[in-house]
Ligand binder design. Structure first.
Ligand code: AHM
Ligand code: MG
Length: 334
């Protein structure tokens, strides 16, 4: 961060001017996410110290065990966004249905909806491995002044107005885009301020890291199996290095900095893979593309997929442009 002392707060104000017809609503929304990120960061960091670890005993809509911190992160984000009255609707990985937000004096006047995964990679919490929050923001499509409806959430990723993630890692970072490139901010925990540490992040066009759960190899489609063999072949700059944390935000963040590809394909066991289109793949795809990278389901651009349900899953190939294109070639041959 040498010599760079711009804070996230200052950056948000400066960049508000670059949005045509901006009313400041999006800036306020990013500010609320910044606040929620700090609260969740505080909880994640003290998780090892207090009796907060472990499954909460509840299961979420997809039948997976929820960890206590997932529940807490979900509450904090919803509370922050609701209290500040800056969005008209919220959808979360941890909520069965979307939430319509309104207050008596507001009368459904807000124009943005937020979709998020409050704590992704939560199976890593118990073992002190990085987890993250992912968020995606859209302008509503139904008229202002009416309650939000499902169409406001089921928009293709290319309609996103902003997207980002927070990685709670060795240091905590907030990385986001509003469609004008990608910028990364690192939290100084001593004073609770995010500083611009990674301006204009760029995904290297090529990379040497492939990230996927190879334990599922036997269940993978032929195209993915052949791509893995290609990555392991000795030729040119190959074999590539295999790195898989099992925490999408962390795997993505490393690959964006170093160059690489993340793959969560469909398999015999899971027809559409595991990751969720609306609050995991679309926001990551928007960030990847804004940084010069690429994201697809092996055949189609992720952000062109027309969603049909809130918790829809989709195969995910995301990373350095040339690596994703190569993996697509293998998929399309099979
Ligand atoms: P989650 O939303 O339940 O945490 O699942 C998403 C996570 C991703 O962060 C990670 O890349 C993937 O699941 C790991 O899955 P697997 O254990 O099947 O490799
Ligand atoms: Mg998740």
């Amino acid at each position: 961060m040498s010599g760079n002392t711009k804070t996230l707060g200052e950056f948000i104000i400066e960049n508000q001017a670059s949005f045509k017809y901006s009313t400041g609503e999006l800036s306020k929304l990013i500010n609320a996410i910044r606040l929620a990120a700090k609260v969740v960061n505080h909880e994640v960091n003290k998780a090892g110290l207090v009796d907060i670890l472990g499954a909460s005993g509840e299961t979420n809509v997809q039948g997976e065990d929820q960890q206590k911190l997932d529940v807490m992160a979900n509450k904090k984000f919803i509370q922050t966004l609701t209290n500040r009255e800056i969005v008209c609707g919220i959808a979360s990985e941890e909520e069965d249905d979307f939430i319509s937000i309104n207050s008596l004096d507001n009368n459904h006047q807000n124009k943005y909806v937020v979709l998020f995964d409050p704590l992704d990679g939560s199976s890593n919490i118990d073992v002190n491995v990085s987890v993250g929050t992912i968020f995606s923001i859209y302008r509503r499509v139904t008229p202002i002044g009416t309650p939000v409806s499902i169409e406001d959430f089921l928009q293709p990723g290319r309609n996103q107005v902003a997207a980002g993630y927070i990685v709670y890692g060795t240091s905590t970072m907030l990385v986001y885009t509003t469609g004008h490139g990608v910028n990364g901010f690192t939290l100084n925990p001593a004073i609770g301020t995010f500083y611009l540490s990674h301006p204009d992040m760029r995904y290297p066009e090529d990379g040497k890291i492939y990230s996927m759960n190879e334990g599922n190899y036997v269940h993978f489609p032929e195209g993915v199996k052949r791509y893995i063999k290609y990555c392991q072949q000795e030729e040119g700059d190959r074999p590539y290095t295999s790195r898989y944390i099992g925490s999408l935000v962390s795997d993505f963040h490393r690959n964006m900095i170093k160059g690489g590809i993340y793959i969560y394909p469909k398999s015999n066991a899971a027809e559409n893979g595991k990751l969720r289109l609306l609050y995991e793949c679309n926001p990551m795809a928007f960030i990847a593309e804004q940084a010069g990278g690429k994201a697809s389901d092996g055949f189609t651009r992720i952000m062109d997929i027309a969603p049909t349900e809130l918790h829809q899953r989709v195969p995910f190939f995301c990373g350095s442009r040339n690596m994703v294109t190569k993996a697509e070639e293998f998929m399309q041959q099979s």
